[in-house]
Write a protein that binds this ligand. Structure first.
Ligand code: WTA
Length: 649
C-alpha cells in the first residue's frame, strides 16, 4: 500500500491483493487477466465456448453468438434447463448434502437446506405450478419476503419454462397492479407477510388490492411465513403447504431453447413507466455463473452472503442463479440490518463464519454512522473477500469497510453493473487487480467497455463521458418486455451497434473505470433506481397537485435523497399536513422507497419558453442553494427567488 497523506479523498491509495489470497485464486496475475480479457474480446466464441462447457446442456449449441444489433442470440440451438444447473447438477457432483441455503429469519430462527433438500422442494413446487395449469412462457409474479421459498418459487418457474417477474416486497399494491398488467401474469406467488424491522409487511393484502385492478390472475399461491389470517378467495387462492402435500417430489427437468425467456424484472427509466427488462436462459446463466466464479472467486468451502433482496437484480443474479449454479453455500437473511440493532449483520457473519460478503455502499455508510462498536464486538475473522454494488462507493466508506470489516486483509470488489447487464461488468478480480477506493477498476471477460464523447470518439484518460459497451455479452438484456422499440431507443440509439448504459464515467491512465453516476433522470436512492418521472407522476395523481418536479440531492447515507417541488391547484394551500399526505400518497402509489425526503410548495416551476421544466436549475439549487448556470432560456427569472424562499422553509 502506498499512502501519501491522511486525507482519503484527496489521494489515490492502491491496494494489491495479498500473495496468500492470490496463490489460491482462480486468476492470480494481472498478466493472466489481460491475456484472457484480450482473448474474450478478440475471440469471444472461443472464450465463451470454453466457459460454457462448465454448464450442463441438454443439447449442445451449434453457434456461440448470432448478433444483428441490437438483437443477440447466445449459444444458438442449445437446450438448457437453468434450474437443473442450479440444483440437480449438484446431486451428481458430490454436493448433494452440502448446504445450499442457510437461512436466518429476522426474529432469529434458522433453517438449512442442502442441495438435495432444495431439489426436493423445487421439484414439488414445480409440480404444484404444473397442477395449476402454468405452462412454458406463462408469466408468474412473485411477491415474497426473503425466505428460501422465494428462491424455490423462482427456480420452480425456471424449471418448467415459466417466466418469473419478482416484485420487491417494498413496492405498493399499485406498483404490483401495473406490473401484472404489463406482463399479463397468470399466477401470483406471495406470502401472508414478512418480517421487517420487527413489524409484519402485509404482502397478501397488497396482492389482494392489486388484483382488484388486474383481473387476469387465475391462481394465487400463499406461503405461510407468519401464520397471520389473510383473506383467501375461493377458487383462486391456495396455500403453498396444502398444494405441495398433494404432489410428487419427483420432476424431470426438460431442456429449453437457450434463448427461452427466463424472467422479466421491472426497473426505473426516465419515463413514468417502469421497463420490464427481459433476460433469457443460456447466456444469462453463463454470465452469472462465470462472474460468481471469477469475481467472488467462489470456492467449495466458502460461506457466501449477499445482503440484497431477491426483488432486485442483485438478488436474482447473486443470491439465486450465480451462487447456486456454482454449488455455493450461502446465507440468506430475511430482515433489516439494524434489527434489533446495528450489530445484526456482524452477528450473522460471526455465527455462520461468512467468508464472502457482498453489500451496498448505502448500508456501509449507515454502519459507519451507527459506530465502530458494533463490528468491533464481533469476530469477523472468517471474512476473506468483500464486495459492493449498486452505486459509486465514496472513498471514506471504502476505507472503513476495508479496515473495520475486512480487518485490512480482504480484497474489495467494487462491482459495476445493471439490471440490464444481468451480471457484473466492471470489477476487480480479487486475486490480481490492484484496487483503489472509488473505482470499479477493469472490465470483466467479454466486456468491451469504453467511454465515448458526444461525437462517438473515445475520451482521453481522465476525461468524462458516456459509459458504453461495444460488443454483446452473454447475460445482456434481450428486450424491454413487449416493447422492442423502447429497447432500441433507450440502449442502442446513441451510437450505432453500441450499448449505452446511462452512466457517466472516466477512465484513468491504467484503464480503471471511475463511475460518476446516472446521466439520465434516474435517481439512485440507497442503491435503488428511481425515475424522477415516476415520482412526479405519482405526485400529480393527487387531487391537490397541479405540477411537480423531482430532483436528487446528495444524501449522507442514501447517496441521493428525493426532493420534490410541487405547485398546487388554485383552491389548495401548502401545509405540513398536505406535505405529509403527499409523501404518503407517493408511498401508496409506488412504495415507501419513493417517498420524497422533502416536498417544497412553490407557486411556479422554472420553465423554458417552450414550457419544459428546467431540472438542471432545480438540481443546482438543492445542491448549492444558488443558480450559477445559464438562465437565458428561463421564461421567468423571478421563479428562482421564490424557489430559494421555499427551500428555506
Ligand atoms: C449504479 C444494480 C457505481 C449505476 C446492480 C447503474 C453503480 C445502476 C455501481 C444500476 C458501482 C451499480 N459503482 N455505480 N459499483 N453498481 N451502479 O439496475 O448508476 O439496480 O446504472 O442494478 O446503479 O442499478 P440496478
Amino acid at each position: 500500500m502506498s499512502k501519501k497523506s491522511q486525507n482519503v479523498a484527496s489521494v489515490e491509495l492502491e491496494f494489491k491483493p495479498a500473495r496468500k489470497f492470490s496463490k489460491k485464486a482462480r486468476i492470480s496475475s494481472l498478466a493472466q487477466y489481460k491475456q484472457l480479457h484480450r482473448e474474450s474480446i478478440k475471440k469471444p466464441a472461443t472464450f465463451w465456448a470454453r466457459e460454457a462447457k462448465e454448464l450442463l446442456w441438454q443439447k449442445k449449441w451449434s453457434k456461440v453468438l448470432d448478433w444483428k444489433a441490437p438483437n443477440a442470440k447466445w449459444f444458438v440451438g442449445g437446450k438448457i434447463n437453468v434450474c437443473e444447473n442450479c440444483v440437480d447438477s449438484h446431486l451428481i457432483n458430490g454436493r448433494a448434502n452440502k448446504a445450499a441455503i442457510i437461512w436466518e429469519g429476522e426474529p432469529g430462527e434458522s433453517r438449512t437446506l442442502t442441495y438435495r433438500q432444495l431439489h426436493r422442494e423445487v421439484c414439488q413446487f414445480a409440480n404444484v405450478l404444473l397442477a395449476k395449469g402454468i405452462k412454458s412462457k406463462d408469466r408468474v409474479l412473485i411477491y415474497m419476503p426473503m425466505v428460501p421459498e422465494a428462491a424455490i418459487a423462482m427456480l420452480a418457474c425456471a424449471r418448467i419454462g415459466a417466466v418469473h417477474s419478482v416484485v420487491f416486497g417494498g413496492f405498493s399494491a399499485e406498483s404490483i397492479a401495473d406490473r401484472l398488467e404489463d406482463c399479463k401474469a397468470k399466477a401470483v406467488i406471495t406470502s401472508d407477510g414478512g418480517y421487517r424491522r420487527g413489524s409484519v409487511v402485509p404482502l397478501k393484502a397488497n396482492v389482494d388490492e392489486a388484483l382488484k385492478k388486474y383481473k387476469g390472475v387465475e391462481t394465487v399461491i400463499v406461503y405461510q411465513r407468519i401464520g397471520e389470517k389473510v383473506t383467501m378467495k375461493n377458487g383462486r387462492d391456495v396455500y403453498w403447504h396444502d398444494e405441495v402435500a398433494k404432489v410428487s417430489d419427483q420432476h424431470i427437468a426438460k431442456g429449453f431453447d437457450s434463448e427461452h425467456p427466463l424472467f422479466i424484472l421491472y426497473t426505473s427509466g426516465s419515463t413514468g413507466k417502469p421497463k420490464g427488462i427481459l433476460h433469457t436462459s443460456g447466456g444469462y446463466l453463463m454470465g452469472t455463473y462465470a462472474t460468481t466464479k471469477y469475481i467472488f472467486d467462489m470456492q467449495d468451502d466458502d460461506v457466501y452472503w449477499c445482503t440484497a433482496d431477491v426483488g432486485w437484480i442483485t438478488g436474482h443474479s447473486y443470491i439465486v442463479y450465480g451462487p447456486l449454479a456454482n454449488g455455493a453455500t450461502q446465507v440468506m437473511y430475511e430482515g433489516a440490518p439494524n434489527f434489533p440493532d446495528f450489530g445484526r449483520f456482524w452477528d450473522i457473519v460471526e455465527k455462520y463464519k461468512v467468508s464472502i460478503f457482498y453489500t451496498a455502499p448505502t448500508a456501509i455508510r449507515a454502519f459507519i454512522k451507527a459506530g465502530d462498536q458494533f463490528p468491533e464486538a464481533r469476530d469477523l475473522s472468517s471474512l476473506r473477500l468483500l464486495g459492493t454494488v449498486g452505486e459509486p462507493i465514496n472513498p471514506e466508506a471504502w476505507m472503513w469497510y476495508h479496515k473495520k470489516i475486512g480487518g485490512g486483509r480482504c480484497p474489495i470488489v467494487d462491482t459495476w453493473w445493471q439490471t440490464e447487464t444481468g451480471a457484473i461488468m466492471i470489477s476487480p478480480l480479487p486475486g490480481c487487480t490492484p484496487t483503489k477506493p472509488g473505482t470499479a477498476t477493469l472490465p470483466f471477460f467479454g466486456v468491451d467497455a469504453a467511454i465515448l464523447d458526444e461525437t462517438g470518439q473515445e475520451c482521453r484518460a481522465g476525461e468524462g463521458g458516456k459509459l458504453v459497451i461495444r460488443q454483446p455479452w452473454p447475460s445482456m438484456l434481450r428486450s424491454i418486455y413487449g416493447d422492442k422499440k423502447r429497447y432500441r431507443d433507450t440502449y442502442w440509439s446513441d451510437y450505432k451497434g453500441v450499448y449505452t448504459a446511462g452512466d457517466g464515467a472516466r477512465k484513468d491512465k491504467k484503464g480503471n473505470f471511475w463511475i460518476t453516476g446516472r446521466l439520465d433522470d434516474v435517481l439512485n436512492v440507497s442503491g435503488h433506481r428511481l425515475g424522477t418521472a415516476e415520482v412526479e407522476s405519482a405526485l400529480v395523481s393527487h387531487d391537490s397537485v397541479a405540477e411537480a418536479a423531482v430532483v436528487g440531492r446528495p444524501h449522507e447515507i442514501k447517496g441521493q435523497g428525493v426532493v420534490a417541488f410541487v405547485s398546487l391547484k388554485g383552491k389548495f394551500t401548502g401545509s405540513d399536513d398536505l406535505n405529509k399526505e403527499l409523501r404518503n400518497h407517493v408511498g401508496k402509489v409506488i412504495g415507501a422507497i419513493a417517498k420524497p425526503d422533502e416536498i417544497h410548495f412553490t407557486t411556479a416551476l422554472p420553465k423554458t419558453r417552450s414550457g419544459k421544466i428546467m431540472r438542471r436549475l432545480l438540481k443546482e439549487l438543492v445542491a448549492t442553494g444558488e443558480v450559477t448556470g445559464n438562465v437565458t432560456t428561463l421564461e421567468d427569472v423571478e421563479v428562482i427567488k421564490s424557489l430559494q424562499e421555499s427551500l428555506k422553509k
